[in-house]
Design a protein around this ligand. Structure first.
Ligand code: G4P
Length: 539
């Protein structure tokens, strides 16, 4: 393998997704510790509150104490280079998280063993499943009295709609938690609370009838483990990497991140089986990461890192080839070429300027307002990557400028923050002067308002609107489409590309309208909309 191939195939780009409080930050920190990217526990956590060192710079975040933005951490582990994408934990920021998922090749789901599968995990998993992202699962907090492990596996299978393949199996829980049995390695890992494990805590037990088992954990735990293992190996087929790579099955690990138990094994396994950069679908063709020419797309823009300057960072996921500093590239949407003198890599808490980066990497490009989410960068080819979805908003407000003297700043803020994906700015079909803000979560409205004020010196107010559900719509039947638009024009919005969105008051009302209009196709994400609008989609 030459250097080019080797560099790409050793990349492992993944995101950790979970419901808030399941343990994502704790796990991230352990992974960074193992990878040598940080040296003290607490560095990630403290990053949540010390503004300047991390990407968590915004006022809102400070006030709320939540991590709004997705950030990236790169580190070496064994033979692989890992790009770990941190996703915001707050439910209201799901759109940003969803987009982050388009930039990774696999995901790790963290589940709290006490709470089981929670709402946010369900939604995020749905998005990953939509694009068949391979998913590994870590069931955390085994040191607490949690739900029955068998029940948890059932829950994952049923609620996340994915087959499970237990890789480890816990012995007891809470105070009675003794460790996990690794079903693949056939070794018993004895639980020790704390940071470091001693070699004596790993007991190889290839045969579960080995009396060493009793000696290590006692007779009743040994008996229970034998029964459990017999049961689960009867129910679940062994782990098959192909099933994992196709997104059909998820390997499941048990442990306790806080006690550093099971996290290293998890990382060792991920490094062994998680995919290298995978081919990505563009509008015309699939693009292999090993293609020589560079392609990539912007999935996130982080604005005003320093409020004194209008600087923004565009996060570029490199999909193929090698990125070089100071080389000319094409910004496909505008047709203009550009060069980046200071592309950055995100290494744990720091940003550093890099000379080159490879397919799989996520880099930051300094931006003065050129890039928008979804933009493609190439060496000249007209490529357009699919799969950076906007989601149909769920909350709508009519937005008004409350300071007419600052109309210019207001408009600038509106368009730049919309480009950044903070909100969707829509206009009413029946009155193009009425602008409607659409968001997935309530908090986005507050963030938008405060950024408008803080960064652009403009102010706005919101008026309620009677709709709570929206769907993009298309039709292959032009006549039916026109009739439909005429009939419903009062409840139609146009998005920034001019695509039609229909708003509904309730689920019931939506079902009724959908039922009555079989010639119209409704879309809940711009991803399916884009597919429907493609010239080859038969419409
Ligand atoms: P998040 O990023 O997914 O939101 O979760 P985070 O890691 O911040 O963890 C949420 C809480 O759960 C933290 O406690 C953390 O210490 C705890 N936790 C994580 N892993 C385990 C585990 O294996 N066992 C137990 N018992 N607890 C765990 P906190 O009190 O909210 O925060 P802190 O004061 O410890 O920072």
């Amino acid at each position: 393998m030459d250097r080019f191939q080797e560099q790409i195939s050793r990349r492992l780009t993944f995101a950790i997704i979970s419901h808030p409080d399941a343990g994502k930050t704790t796990i991230t920190e352990k992974l960074l510790l193992f990878g040598g990217a940080i040296h003290v526990a607490g560095a990630v956590k403290s990053g949540k509150t010390s503004r300047q060192t991390t990407s968590d710079f915004m006022q809102m975040e400070k006030e709320r104490g939540i991590s709004i933005s997705t950030s990236v951490m790169g580190f070496e582990y064994g033979d692989r280079f890992i790009n770990l994408l941190d996703t915001p934990g707050h439910a209201d920021f799901s759109e940003d998280t969803y987009r982050g998922l388009s930039a990774v090749d696999s995901a790790l789901i963290v589940i709290d063993s006490v709470k089981g599968v929670e709402e946010r995990t369900r939604r995020l998993c749905e998005v990953s499943r939509m694009r068949k992202t391979p998913i590994a699962t870590f069931i955390n907090k085994l040191d607490r009295e949690g739900q029955d492990p068998m029940g948890l596996l059932d829950q994952v299978e049923r609620e996340l709609d994915i087959h499970v393949r237990p890789m480890t199996w816990p012995l007891g829980q809470g105070r009675a938690f003794k460790g996990v049995y690794n079903l693949v390695e056939r070794a018993l890992y004895l639980f020790q609370a704390g940071e470091d494990r001693r070699p004596a805590d790993v007991v190889p037990i290839t045969d579960l009838d080995d009396p060493m088992l009793e000696a290590s954990v006692g007779a009743s735990a040994a008996r229970k483990l034998r029964e459990d293992v017999e049961l689960i190996t009867g129910i679940y087929p062994p782990f098959d990497r192909e099933d994992y790579l196709s997104g059909a099955a998820t390997p499941v690990f048990f442990g306790s991140a806080l006690n550093n138990f099971g996290v290293r094994e998890l990382l060792d396994n991920l490094v062994a089986f998680a995919p290298s950069p995978t081919a990505k679908a563009s509008a015309g063709r699939e693009i292999s990461p090993y293609e020589e020419k560079l392609t990539g797309f912007v999935f996130k823009i982080h604005a005003n890192l320093n409020p004194a300057h209008r600087d923004r960072i565009a996060f570029l996921r490199i999909c193929s080839g090698r990125f070089e500093r100071n080389r000319m590239y094409l910004h496909v949407r505008t047709g203009k070429t550009f060069r980046s003198a200071n592309p950055t890599a995100f290494m744990a808490q720091n940003r550093e300027i890099i000379d080159e980066a490879w397919a799989g990497d996520i880099i930051g490009l300094h931006d003065t307002g050129t890039f928008a989410i979804g933009d493609t960068v190439t060496e000249g080819e007209q490529v357009s990557y699919r799969g950076i979805p906007s989601f149909a908003p769920q909350i709508f407000r009519v937005i008004r400028n409350t300071d007419p003297l600052r109309e210019k700043q207001y408009n600038k803020g509106l368009s730049q923050l919309a480009e950044e994906g903070v909100v969707q700015v829509l206009t009413k079909l029946s009155n193009v002067n009425t602008r409607v803000i659409g968001v997935v979560g309530q908090l986005q409205l507050e963030v938008f308002q405060s950024r408008l004020e803080y960064e652009y010196g403009a102010s706005c107010s919101y008026d309620p609107i009677d709709y709570s559900i929206a769907r993009w719509f298309t039709s292959g039947d032009a006549k039916a489409l026109k009739a439909f638009i005429d009939e419903h024009h009062r409840r139609i919005l146009l998005d920034s590309r001019g695509a039609h969105i229909l708003m509904f008051e309730s689920e019931w009302n939506m079902e009724r309208i959908i039922g009555k209009n079989p010639a119209i196709t409704f879309h809940s994400t711009s991803e399916t909309l884009a597919t429907a609008l493609r010239p080859d989609a038969g419409e």
